[in-house]
Ligand binder design. Sequence first.
Ligand code: MG
Ligand code: ZN
Length: 504
Amino acid sequence: MNAGNMDIQINVEQGSIQEIEADTIILNLFEGVKEPGGATGAVDKDLDGAITELIANGDFSGKASEIAVIYPRGAISARRVILVGLGKRDEFDLETVRKAAAFAIKRARDQNAKNVATIVHGGSVSGIDIADAAQATVEGSILALYRYRAKKQKDEPDQKIHSLNIVEFDNKKLPDIKTGVKTAKAVTSGVYLARDLVNLPPNIATPTKMASVAGEIAEEYGMKLTVGDREWADEHQMGAFLAVAKGAGEPPKFIVLEHKENHDDLDTLVLVGKGITFDTGGISIKPTAGMGNMKSDMAGAAAVIGTMLTVGMLDLPLHIIGIAPCTENMPDANAYRPADVITASNGKTIEIVSTDAEGRMVLADGLVFAGGYEPQVVIDLATLTGSCVIALGKGIAAGLFSNENKLRDRLVSSSKATHERVWTMPLWDDYKKKIKSDVADMKNGGGRYGGVGASAIFLKEFTNYPWAHLDIAGMALTDKESDYIPSGGTGFGVRLLVDFLRNW
Ligand code: MG
Ligand code: ZN
């Protein structure tokens, strides 16, 4: 798997950072510190007080993500020292670490650094776990360096960092740092893969391509793989999934990846991701403007497949199943239409009011299939509704719906730890009125107001287990780079899910 061309070497080394072989070293400073201590202090001494002078002259204050570059001119082996601010000590958290690491390494990259050494940001702050700090340092760095390598960019100059060394003087901290770095490698691989899948054009990232990527993961980590085609879905009576797939030229694929399938002693957790590889809206066709962004309508599936890669790399001791119902949603002579009545795999009937509300259709059969595993928990992710984006904003938070408070709280806590934000929305039965149908058990849409609640209550009809639904419509794609998230696919959900699974 060569996700995002992640060919950077990441190592952990014991020693003094000023003696490490690197062209660039990254150090940090809290706001308000006048005389640096620790590694920054040691380097300052070797530089004859250059950092202290910078602070005294007001050229560097240590504000969060502030950057200064110092040239040691032979005083130490590195050619440049990048100093990054950590902000106020009492506001410090892991997100500060990720951002500091991101801004520092982006400066290093822009200055054409090849071999970078860094200390663990916040490694000696009380109340911060050193493994978590190491993980956040590497995550912030690697996620910031992500670049979608399209063909056009291949001819551009190679401005790429080859190695990142995490340096720690204190021998006792090394095992924890190694643990954190190992986790970060697995997590960033999953995020890179999810970003790649979203960034790939929709004629490349087809359901077939999604299945072949899942196949690579299955092979590499010994997972069980099922790729259901139309015939298979028909045998499983997946009328809702097949309705959406009816108009698709690309063959639909119902993908199931199963980690530790033969472990009856382990808890069973299922992840389901909406995999509409391109959403035209179908017969209820979308307007032209911005339709290209609908290549990201498989971001839920991408997050699930990316998470399964991380699960494999970390070999998590859980029975985890990743389900990705993948198909295009196209207008076609065979396409399903408004007023059609469809029967899902649990026998419930659905009146179609909009063929553009296709995500809940494929999820319906995905959620019913998940129930077959008798899971402790099912979490689905979907770029489901524009109304969720209207409610919470673009790039702010995913909508979280859950039928169990404990599960909801676990996800909120993982959201806080990873800064992949979720906000709890009501899963009230009141919304059921909105999807009441005269000709079927329900409609697939409830009109303009409260559309996000109606979509969630629709999905609930296909669950009979502790379940959470994440509407990631506003989170999957960004047109603006920010700290450690470059523009394009964000990979949102992978870090959240991995944290949730690791803490299960
Ligand atoms: Mg749609
Ligand atoms: Zn859609």
